[in-house]
Design a protein around this ligand. Structure first.
Ligand code: SF4
Ligand code: SF4
Length: 68
């Protein structure tokens, strides 16, 4: 089973919305309020585009595949 976590550093996030815009499933996964937050990670296919597009480098993607 794959364990996936996307962590947004709330001190770094400037709520620009780039993550939601670039994410192929952005409407399902990303909510931009005062800071960005994620939900429904079942939709995420770990393309890492959100992290690459985040100017302040606030997104950390942690992937853990215990079966490997
Ligand atoms: S791209 Fe980065 S800074 Fe912009 S809203 Fe998303 S997490 Fe925040
Ligand atoms: S890794 Fe890809 S699919 Fe997952 S939240 Fe980021 S942009 Fe969206």
């Amino acid at each position: 089973m794959q364990i996936l976590k996307i962590i947004v550093d709330e001190d770094k996030c400037i709520a620009c919305g780039n993550c939601k815009e670039i994410c192929p499933k952005g409407g399902y996964i990303w909510t931009i309020e005062e800071v960005a937050s994620v939900s429904n990670l079942d939709y995420c296919h770990v393309c890492t585009l959100c992290a690459m597009k985040c100017g302040p480098d606030a997104i950390k993607i942690e992937r853990n595949a215990p079966d490997e």
